[in-house]
Structures are given as structure tokens and as C-alpha cells.
Design a protein around this ligand. Structure first.
Ligand code: NAI
Length: 282
């Protein structure tokens, strides 16, 4: 039974994951190697909960008890009495492997080690530990408190017991699990990123303007957001990185990143976060 959770990495994703876990009644430690990141993460949760009160979705008492279940951590040693660790540090294999190696040494035998990676191989991360059968992918979507989907990814050696516990927890968190095998891009990014890349090719080849590509997909396909607007939101560097993972992982030219995408990233046009991507932002 999963009762106590440590979330490693208190960035955008880690803070969101900690929040939904605490809202579900779990006891949660939010850990980061930088103390200011932990404080920032807890502040962002505080803000979201205050807004939820204004909208009548959470009562003042609920907010207090959610915050009571959340505690800061700046030592990974705090994982020593947790049933589950969810890792959401930077998307770098070497960093994730080092964190998993350390967690494997700190946590009790029964602890499940999950990663929120959006593109790295679960099997490889799991192989850094002595418990690859208890390592699993738990891929939340951004923003975590809002988005319903969680992709659950089995590494080659993940056992059924681990899978079942994580599936059950996902449902308890009010999310909808989908099951994916451990191949590049899992399900959502494997389908989404080639679509975004094709939208960029459409602009690159002069078939249509940025605005017309987005309008086609919004009004013609009922997508809530055009693919180029969405790419700007995700970050063009992230889009390029995931296309490279698909291209390399499948060794198939259909995943080649569009030269225009590469060029924008070279220029530092990374989308909304840098003020310019396919659109300009204030
Ligand atoms: P972020 O950059 O906002 O946060 C990462 C945090 O990890 C930082 O606060 C950093 O200080 C901390 N960190 C780095 N190395 C650490 C270590 N060794 N120990 C402890 N903390 C460490 O990143 P973000 O966007 O939250 O992404 C985190 C993970 O979630 C990545 O694997 C990413 O691929 C994945 N993801 C991101 C999504 C997104 O839309 N941003 C969506 C789904 C998954």
C-alpha cells in the first residue's frame, strides 16, 4: 500500500505531482537539490490552492490539510521511509541514473521507483538499480493538476505487482492511466511530435503560413490549439530533442527533424519561454 511518497525535482512537473499526491491524502516530501527550488515549488502549490478556493473547488480546511501533508526535503536520505519515489529531475540520462542509483541504496526493499521522463528509456534507468523489476515510467502531462492522462510505461523487467500498484495509484489520483511499452516516445509523444514536425515542414516548404496551418488544425480537426502554437508552448528545444530521440531510436527517416525547427532552436527562438518561436510573445 502506497502511503508515503517522495518527489525528486521540484520544478514545473515535480510540484504538480506533489500537489495531486497530497490532494489524494498521501503524505508527500518534495525534494530538490536546490533549496530555493523546493520553496518555489511549495509556493506555486500554495498559489494554485488559493485560486482553487476562490473558484470554490477546494475549501479553506482542505487547503490546510493538503499543505499539512506536504513537506520540503533537501536530503535524498528522506526517501528512507517512503513507499514510492517519483523522479522529475532534468531530462538527462546520466543525471537520472545517478539519482536512481542513490535511491536504490537509500530506500527499503519494497519501495517502487518511478520516473516522469517524457523520452528516456525506462529499461536503461532501471538497469542502474538492483531492483529493475520495481522501476516504472509514470508520465504525467503538463500542467499536472489539470491534465487527466498518465502514461504508465513498463521497462523490460518491470513486474506485474509494480505495474498494478502504480495503475491503482494513478486512478486514486483522479487520473486516467494508459499502458505503454518502453519504446521511443511511448504513445503520446510518438504521435504528437511527428504531427508538430510535419506542421513545421508545411511552413518550411511554403505550403501555408504559420497562422493558416494552425487554423486548419483548429477549425478543420477541432484541435483546441494549432500545432505550431502548441510547439511554442512546449518549447521548440524540447520538440527538437524528442524528434531526435525518435529519429535515433527507430533509425527511420520519417522522424527526421525539420531543418526549420533546428534553425529556430539554433537562433534561441524556443517558443513562449524565450519570447519568440513561431509567434512573438510579450
Ligand atoms: P524543471 O527544469 O522545471 O525542473 C527540474 C528540477 O530538477 C529543477 O528544480 C532542478 O533543480 C532539479 N534537479 C536537477 N537535478 C537534480 C538532482 N540530481 N536531484 C534533485 N533535483 C534535481 O523540469 P520539468 O519541466 O519539471 O521536467 C522534469 C521532468 O519531467 C523531465 O524528465 C521532463 O522530461 C519531464 N516532463 C516534462 C513535461 C513538461 O511539459 N515540462 C511533461 C512531462 C514530463
Amino acid at each position: 500500500m502506497i502511503k508515503k511518497v517522495l518527489v525528486v525535482g521540484a520544478g514545473q512537473m515535480g510540484a504538480g505531482i506533489a500537489q495531486v499526491c497530497a490532494q489524494t491524502g498521501l503524505s508527500v516530501l518534495l525534494h530538490d537539490q536546490r533549496e530555493e527550488a523546493v520553496q518555489k515549488g511549495l509556493q506555486s502549490i500554495e498559489k494554485l490552492l488559493s485560486r482553487a478556493i476562490e473558484k470554490g473547488r477546494v475549501s479553506k480546511e482542505e487547503k490546510i490539510s493538503i499543505q499539512d501533508r506536504l513537506a520540503p526535503s533537501i536530503s535524498l536520505q528522506d526517501a528512507e521511509n517512503c513507499d514510492l519515489v517519483i523522479e522529475a529531475v532534468v531530462e538527462k540520462m546520466e543525471v537520472k541514473k545517478a539519482v536512481f542509483r542513490e535511491l536504490d541504496a537509500i530506500t527499503p526493499k519494497h519501495t517502487i521507483l518511478a520516473t516522469n521522463t517524457s523520452s528516456l528509456a525506462i529499461t536503461e534507468i532501471a538497469a542502474a538499480t538492483n531492483r529493475p523489476n520495481q522501476v516504472i515510467g509514470m508520465h504525467f502531462m503538463n500542467p499536472v493538476p489539470v491534465m487527466k492522462l498518465v502514461e504508465i510505461i513498463r521497462g523490460l523487467q518491470t513486474n506485474d505487482e509494480t505495474y498494478n500498484q502504480i495503475e491503482e495509484l494513478t486512478k486514486k489520483l483522479g487520473k486516467v492511466p494508459v499502458s505503454a511499452e518502453d519504446y521511443p516516445g511511448f504513445v503520446s509523444n510518438r504521435i504528437l511530435m511527428p504531427m508538430i514536425n510535419e506542421a513545421i515542414f508545411t511552413v518550411y516548404e511554403g505550403v501555408a503560413t504559420v497562422e493558416d496551418v494552425d487554423t486548419s488544425m483548429k477549425l478543420g480537426m477541432n484541435h483546441p490549439m494549432g500545432p505550431l502554437t502548441l510547439a511554442d508552448f512546449i518549447g521548440l528545444d524540447t520538440c527538437l530533442y524528442i524528434m531526435e530521440v525518435l529519429h535515433e531510436g527507430f533509425a527511420d527517416s520519417k522522424y527526421r527533424p525539420c531543418p526549420l525547427l533546428k534553425q529556430y532552436v539554433q537562433a534561441g527562438w524556443l517558443g513562449k519561454k524565450s519570447g519568440r518561436g513561431f509567434y512573438q510573445y510579450e
